[in-house]
Design a protein around this ligand. Structure first.
Ligand code: CDP
Ligand code: MG
Length: 140
């Protein structure tokens, strides 16, 4: 399998509870390298642009408010099959369905406040990385 990069976000529910280090340890223990990382506070408009694929969904407005409610940590993870591997480490969207040991099983508070975001395919990973990082900030 090829080396890939994927966009990860540690969401406000997790940064508020000081879980950045514990979540990063899960990535590193799974063999993912954090090759870029920064803590930012999104505006609601910036969150809305990032999640525009969900604009018609009933949870969209609440999701944008939540993502702008406190700082997030945006990061690029690199590794063999990083996109799927990160989704595995994250666990299912709804923590009630997440496998034991996954980030969402251990830390998520609800289906909305579920601690992490991860890209779902190579095309979205490239777009999402470019939304937050310039090439100069990606240091493999
Ligand atoms: O994050 P993931 O790719 O697992 O799920 P998604 O279907 O792409 O949804 C994006 C985000 O919207 C989720 O991570 C949740 O924060 C939120 N969401 C929600 O609030 N209620 C739902 N029923 C589904 C998703
Ligand atoms: Mg998604």
């Amino acid at each position: 399998m090829a080396t890939e990069r994927t966009l990860s976000i540690i969401k406000p529910d997790a940064t508020k509870r000081n879980l950045t280090g514990k979540i990063n340890a899960k990535f590193e223990d799974a063999g993912l390298r954090i090759v870029a990382q920064k803590r930012i506070h999104l505006t609601k408009a910036q969150a809305g642009e990032f999640y525009k694929v969900h604009a018609e969904r009933p949870f969209y407005d609440e999701l944008c408010d939540f993502m702008a409610s406190a700082p997030v940590v945006v990061q690029v993870l690199e590794g063999e099959g990083a996109i799927a591997k990160n989704r595995e480490v994250m666990g299912a969207t709804n923590p009630a369905d997440a496998n034991p040991g996954t980030i969402r099983a251990e830390f998520a508070e609800s289906v909305g406040e579920n601690s992490v975001h991860g890209s779902d395919a190579p095309e979205t990973a490239a777009e999402e990385i470019a939304y937050y990082f310039s090439g100069l900030e990606l240091v493999g």
